[in-house]
Design a protein. Sequence first.
Length: 406
Amino acid sequence: MAIVDLANAQLQQAAPAATKDDGGHEQESSYDCGACLMKGVRHLSDSGITRLPDRYVLPASDRPSVLAASSTAAGVGGVGRVKLPVVDLAGLRDPSQRAAVLATLDAACREYGFFQVVNHGFGSDVSGGMLDVARRFFELPLAERARHMSADVRAPVRYGTSFNQAKDAVLCWRDFLKLVCQPLREVVPRWPQQPADLRDVATRYATASHALFMEVMAAALEALGIPQQAAAGGSGGVLGELAAAASHMMTVNCYPACPQPELTLGMPPHSDYGLFTFVLQDHVEGLQVMHDGRWLTVDPVPGSFVVNVGDHLEIYSNGRYKSVLHRVRVNSTRPRISVASFHSLPAERVIRPAPELVDEQAGNPRRYMDTDFATFLAYLASADGKNKTFLQSRKLPTPAAAAACL
Ligand SMILES: O=C(O)CCC(=O)C(=O)O
Ligand SMILES: [Fe+2]
């Protein structure tokens, strides 16, 4: 798994922008040809364009200002901004504080589906080094980056643009480098050779990210009350399975300065496919989280990771933890780099609600169907993708909802 795009967008199926819209967009331009656009947005930005090519212009109802302007939420920073709950890993490692930190993590996963991890022990050389080499990768000449362009979504390394460049009716203002990270020793020799230190730096980063994921996953299982020995019939539980084999993919995202950021997005609304995603971002804001029907901008906290619950964890927790929609805004002056690490069980593993969290008699019916990677691929190819998210497509009707339909 973790080999194709592990994010489920509410796909933008709108037709490209009309001949002229309120941004004064005209249809014919040298930058509107399909082949030029596939060179990516870094190329467009470097070429000094002053207006957004039509293929990036979202229909008015999907533009970033909609829903964002007046958002507020209890316990958050300013209007439309959020300081995510903080999970202090140093506290988690201290027996006298562990219960309190677990309670914070549990509440964050239920309410926001997002939290921030601090004091994680990741050396700043590891995370800072990763952001630095990512930035230098996108500064390479286009011809060097383009060596890794591939239509094969299973390739261990893939360079591309937009969200799903082969399918997106409206393109996103993002270029990306995807690196499959497992089995690490086998895939690293396939990763880019330029910049010369990329393989070393990304290997150290991937190793540390996996260790951090295991620690946070152990905490989440404890907070959910799932004993690790019993979780998979006494075979060491999910943690034991993950230690033996996991899926892990890294996406390095580059969002260059955009001439008309109010008309487009860096990433469309989507949820992530796995158990947990760890996002390392530079100091430029852009990530927005859906909370209570409103978009909230996440305040970047230097040295921290933004962690979010993925679809697999929502299913495994039988809906207790939320895999929420998020998206990325861009801006006109400051390029932004982020590195998203997607962690889950191996692709062939069927994900279903943990038996410990299902109890029909106690009013906790099973809420999700069995899910595996083949189901996910079938969903992507199906018409359903236009109408609802993958997660919605896996929901079982609750008894109350089923009764209402009778
Ligand atoms: O760039 C970001 O902050 C988030 C990226 C993201 O959501 C993803 O890669 O799935
Ligand atoms: Fe995401």
